[in-house]
Design a protein around this ligand. Structure first.
Ligand SMILES: Cc1cc2nc3c(=O)[nH]c(=O)nc-3n(C[C@H](O)[C@H](O)[C@H](O)COP(=O)(O)O)c2cc1C
Ligand SMILES: O=C(O)C(=O)c1ccccc1
Length: 388
C-alpha cells in the first residue's frame, strides 16, 4: 500500500478514536470555509477572476464535460505516481502553482507553503510577487523537494537578470515565465474594494530586497523612499512590449529548463518550441486575465498536438480534485499545477492546511487511477475519457 492510500486509511482509523479531519477532504469545499477566515479584500483577491468571471466558470465546466470510463481486472496492486518533469524527479504529477502575495492568506505566507511542499516532497513554483524573498523561501523549503522559480519579467533587464541569478544561487532548478500577466486585468472584485496588495507593500519582497532595484530607488527601501519604491514597482512590474525575439535574452541568462506559462494557442506553443523553450504550461491564470477566454482544459489537446514530443506540456486552471488531475493527464499534460485549493488550505490551517490539501488531491488521484484500471500516469490517454 502506498503512502497516499495510507493517508485514506489513517483517516478512517482515527475515526475509531472519534477523531475527524480538521479540514474537509473535498477540496471544492475549501473556498467557502476560507471566506469565513479571510478579510473581504483578501478573499476577493484569491477567489475573484477577470470581468464577469465567465472563464473561471468555464474552466470548471470543461472538466465536467469529460467523464472517466473505469476499467477492471488489470492488476492495479502496485501504483507508482512518480514522474520526471523538465529534469525534475517528482513523487506525483502535482506541483504547487506560483501564487503571489501569500501573506494575505497567512502570516507565514510562502514560508508555510515552502515548508509544506518540502515535507510532502512536491515542487513549489515560487512567484516573483512573493511576500517573502527568494532566499528566505529556499531556506524554508529545505532539501525535501526540488523548487522552481516563476519570473514576472520586469521592464528593467538588469533586474530580471538579478532575479535569475538569485534564484539560481538559492537552488531553484527550473524557470517558469508567465506570459499572461504583464498587466493585471479588469478584476471587478478588487476594483470594487479598491484593493491592490502591492500598493500596501505586500508581494514586493523580491523587489525591495534586490540590489538592482535598490540602486534604482536610491538605496535600501526605508520610510523615506518607500513611495518612490512602490511607484518604481508599478512602472517596472510588467513589460507589454516583449516579443518572441526577447526569449533569446532569457535563454542566454538561464541555463536550466524554461517553461512558458499561459499558453493557450497551438501556434504559440510551436513558437515556444522554436524559441528553444523546454516546456509550456497551458493556463489561463485561473480566468483572472481574459474574461471570455477559452477554458484552459479545452485548449490543452490542441497544444499537446502542436508540440508532440518537442516540449513538455503542463496544465493549470481549474484543477480542484484528484479526478481533475486524471482528466488533465489523460488529455496530454505531463503534470498539473494546483493553485487556489492550496491557498485556501494555507488560509485555513497554515503549513498543515497546505499539506492536508496536497495529500487529499494526491490520494484521490491515486485511488481514481487505480479504480480506473491505471497504475502509472503515463498509462493515461484520451481513451480513458468520453465526452459527457
Ligand atoms: C491569488 C492568486 C495569485 C496568483 N499569483 C500568481 C503569480 O504570482 N504568478 C503566476 O504565474 N500565477 C499566479 N497565479 C495564477 C496561478 O498560478 C494559476 O495559474 C491559477 O490560479 C490557476 O487557476 P485555479 O487556481 O483556478 O486552478 C495566481 C493565482 C491566484 C489565485
Ligand atoms: O493576482 C494574480 O493573478 C497574479 O498573478 C499576480 C500578479 C502580480 C503580482 C502578484 C500576483
Amino acid at each position: 500500500m502506498s503512502a497516499l492510500a495510507d493517508f485514506q486509511n489513517s483517516i478512517y482509523l482515527q475515526g475509531l478514536g472519534d477523531v475527524r479531519p480538521s479540514l474537509p477532504t473535498d477540496p471544492t469545499k475549501l473556498e467557502g470555509l476560507a471566506e469565513g477566515v479571510l478579510s473581504a479584500q483578501a478573499f476577493g483577491y484569491v477567489a475573484g477572476s477577470a470581468g464577469s468571471e465567465a472563464t473561471a466558470r468555464a474552466n470548471r465546466d470543461a472538466f465536467d464535460r469529460w467523464r472517466i470510463v473505469p476499467r477492471f481486472l488489470r492488476d492495479v496492486a502496485h501504483r507508482d505516481l512518480s514522474v520526471e518533469v523538465l529534469g525534475t524527479a517528482m513523487p506525483s504529477p502535482v506541483l504547487l502553482a506560483p501564487i503571489g502575495v501569500q501573506s494575505i492568506f497567512h502570516p507565514d505566507g510562502e514560508l508555510a507553503t515552502a515548508r509544506a511542499a518540502g515535507a510532502e516532497g512536491l515542487t513549489m513554483v515560487l512567484s516573483t510577487a512573493a511576500s517573502h524573498s527568494i532566499e528566505e523561501v529556499a531556506e524554508a523549503n529545505g532539501d525535501g523537494a526540488p523548487r522552481w522559480y516563476q519570473l514576472y519579467w520586469p521592464k528593467d533587464r538588469d533586474l530580471a537578470v538579478s532575479f535569475l541569478e538569485r534564484a539560481k544561487a538559492a537552488g531553484y532548478t527550473a524557470l517558469v515565465v508567465t506570459l499572461d500577466t504583464f498587466t493585471l486585468a479588469w478584476r471587478p472584485r478588487d476594483l470594487d474594494q479598491a484593493y491592490l496588495p502591492f500598493l500596501r507593500g505586500i508581494g514586493v519582497a523580491n523587489y525591495f530586497s534586490d540590489p538592482v532595484f535598490q540602486k534604482a530607488v536610491g538605496g535600501p527601501v526605508t520610510d523615506a523612499n518607500r513611495d518612490t519604491a512602490l511607484l518604481h514597482w508599478v512602472a517596472n512590474f510588467g513589460n507589454p512590449s516583449l516579443t518572441w525575439d526577447d526569449l533569446v535574452f532569457l535563454r542566454e541568462h538561464w541555463h536550466g529548463p524554461i517553461a512558458l506559462k499561459g499558453v493557450q494557442h497551438p501556434d504559440d506553443a510551436r513558437r515556444a518550441v522554436d524559441a528553444g523553450m523546454d516546456g509550456v504550461i497551458v493556463s489561463n491564470h485561473g480566468g483572472r486575465q481574459v474574461d471570455g477566454a477559452i477554458a484552459s482544459l479545452d485548449a490543452l489537446p490542441g497544444v499537446v498536438d502542436a508540440v508532440r514530443d518537442q516540449a513538455t506540456v503542463l496544465f493549470d486552471s481549474g484543477i480542484r480534485t484528484g479526478s481533475d488531475v486524471v482528466k488533465a493527464l489523460a488529455l496530454g499534460a505531463k503534470a498539473v499545477l494546483l493553485a487556489r485549493p492550496y491557498a485556501y488550505g494555507l488560509a485555513l490551517g497554515g503549513q498543515a492546511g497546505v499539506q492536508h490539501v496536497l495529500r487529499c488531491v494526491q490520494a484521490e488521484l491515486e485511488l481514481t487511477m487505480a479504480l480506473s484500471g491505471v497504475t502509472r500516469p503515463d498509462e493515461l490517454s484520451p481513451e480513458v475519457l468520453v465526452r459527457a
